[in-house]
Design a protein around this ligand. Structure first.
Ligand SMILES: CC(C)(COP(=O)(O)OP(=O)(O)OC[C@H]1O[C@@H](n2cnc3c(N)ncnc32)[C@H](O)[C@@H]1OP(=O)(O)O)[C@@H](O)C(=O)NCCC(=O)NCCS
Length: 117
């Protein structure tokens, strides 16, 4: 049964600015696993990756109905990809949502769907 949907769009320029200012922003948004993936990317891909994860996590928090906060922090949400590159959302280490992420020159966006069996 589908129990939630969420959508989010972010401006790459905003994420680029926040990430350039200090590592604190990406350390708050990305889990350790994601920070490891991020560290292996080119500068341009780093911004896309971080913006895509930020959008996916905000979209997930909307699908859940909580927003980002005490009940659902950025660190509770992790995006993991399968061998073919398809991403899925994990909440507190449990696969909880389907996600689709996209980027253009200026924006990243994500849509999340939560399905409960
Ligand atoms: C829920 C949240 C993700 C919304 O994101 P936003 O960037 O503020 O706003 P958006 O334009 O993407 O989305 C707004 C829409 O979210 C929806 N929304 C708000 N709270 C929601 C909730 N609890 N559940 C589902 N949807 C919600 C509303 O429909 C709202 O539109 P409306 O007011 O016109 O009805 C946001 O409140 C939140 O938790 N942000 C985290 C902020 C944060 O920690 N930022 C870190 C920066 S370092």
């Amino acid at each position: 049964m589908i129990t939630g949907i969420g959508l989010d769009v972010v401006e790459l320029s905003r994420i680029r600015r926040l990430d350039a200012k200090s590592p604190k922003f990406r350390e708050r948004v990305l889990t350790e696993y994601e920070q490891n993936e991020y560290s292996r990317l080119t500068a341009a891909r780093k911004v896309e990756y971080l913006a895509g994860r930020f959008a996916a996590k905000e979209a997930f928090s909307k699908a859940k109905g909580t927003g980002i906060g005490g009940a659902c922090s950025f660190q509770d949400i992790e995006i993991r990809k399968d061998a073919k590159g398809k991403p899925s959302v994990y909440f507190q280490d449990v696969e909880t949502g389907m996600v689709s992420i996209t980027h253009s020159k200026e924006f990243a966006a994500a849509q999340v769907l939560i399905q409960t069996i």
